[in-house]
Write a new protein. Sequence first.
Length: 477
Amino acid sequence: MAAMPRVRLARYFSVALSAGHLVLVSWVAFQVLGEGPVALQVGAWRAPFGISFYVDGLSAIMLWVSSFLALGVHVYSLGANHAEEDTGSFHVFYHFLMAGVCGAFATSDLFNLFVWFEVLLISSFALLSNSTHRKALSGSVVYVAINLLGSALFVLGLGLLYNSAGTLNIADLMLLRSQGPVAPTLQIVSALFLFAFAMKAGVVPLAQWLPSSYPAAGISALALFAGLLTKVGIYTLMRFVGLGLGETNALFMPILTVASLATMLIGVLGAASSAGWRHILSYHIVSQVGYMALAVSMGTVGAMAACIFYLAHHMVVKTSLFLVAGLIEKDSGVDQLKALHRKEALLVVFFAIPALSLAGLPPFSGFWAKLLVLREALRLEWWTAAFFVLLVGLLTLFSMSKIWSEVFQKSAETPVPAPRGTDARVWLMKIPLVVFCAWILLLGVFPAPFFRLASLAAKQLMDNAQTISIVLPGASQ
């Protein structure tokens, strides 16, 4: 990609690579969800001495949804990117970002998880800095500073864990845990891991970096960040619970529960009080992360299944909302609600479907996602959590109605400008929205098949014996 001399040729070749990647990931997901988890020992080095990759149901779902989103946003970028952004480096770092995402979802080694985090950090920083937004530099500095802190805490925890346990292979740690205490410093290690993962997920009080940095990105990069980056943090929190480091789950999960409730409320209040479209949607990322973190903190198989369903719903919904924002911004050149006025029927539909789904209204995917979290909270008799699930859903609907009334209902004081760009470029931006909205409706009308897959993935996540037998064949528990 970097060596291709013609940018136009590189753009379409880059999108073709994303399409090929989705085909390959679809094949892997089909095999794993149909026949069971698979492991790869890189260079044929026997685990736990080499680098292990392990793809179970959770990894397969996350890999597929991520690749599905990446292809859609990549097609969208062909019409959305400004000339200054649409360079060869954008596409190079786009693929680097996806490499980091896929590596994080597939690795079975904690140190290599740190490595993939760094690949994510470098490539996302490059994409954020590539923006033409006037606040891109300050947003990049905030983003990098906070993520470097999280990475430093994570690698410190890795050092303490390796010094005590002698391994960072996840399956090997599961085996050691089944045989007794893993490490005398386990509580410190778990606290560092939880802090680092919660920071990357955007859990309060470690979430302010997200609405401070994301809005400065170019719209294509921003849509991909919104759909993927915080979900890597949620994924690692799920792996942390699945690893089950002894009594530390019982110690730290209540803290995560309180933090997740605060995340839900503070995020939605931040959205309700913001005036810019990008800031409203960025605060909603924080709020929705709270729902997923709440499900993780419950720690049951049912809660994990609810979280997986929520991830698959929210990744597409949030990306779609930013794509709509970019489509409208392309016409107006601003993101302040008071300056945005559009009444195009197709744009109304593009906004209404993901917005109503985000608020949790039927028959959209968000209704089932919130209902599954609510059901598990009621089953565990977590009455306060159930109340927050309902309250934040209502507040989300209020903030979405705020965008609706300002952008789509209020009469414009000045004529709406003509779309910037050719019809072909505008339709390149609309095609992914058609596909994503169809996914939201499909998941809402027919939730049962996907929920069965989510339940299967949750059982595999919590089944340490299966992970050990596949990654470490012949190991005795």
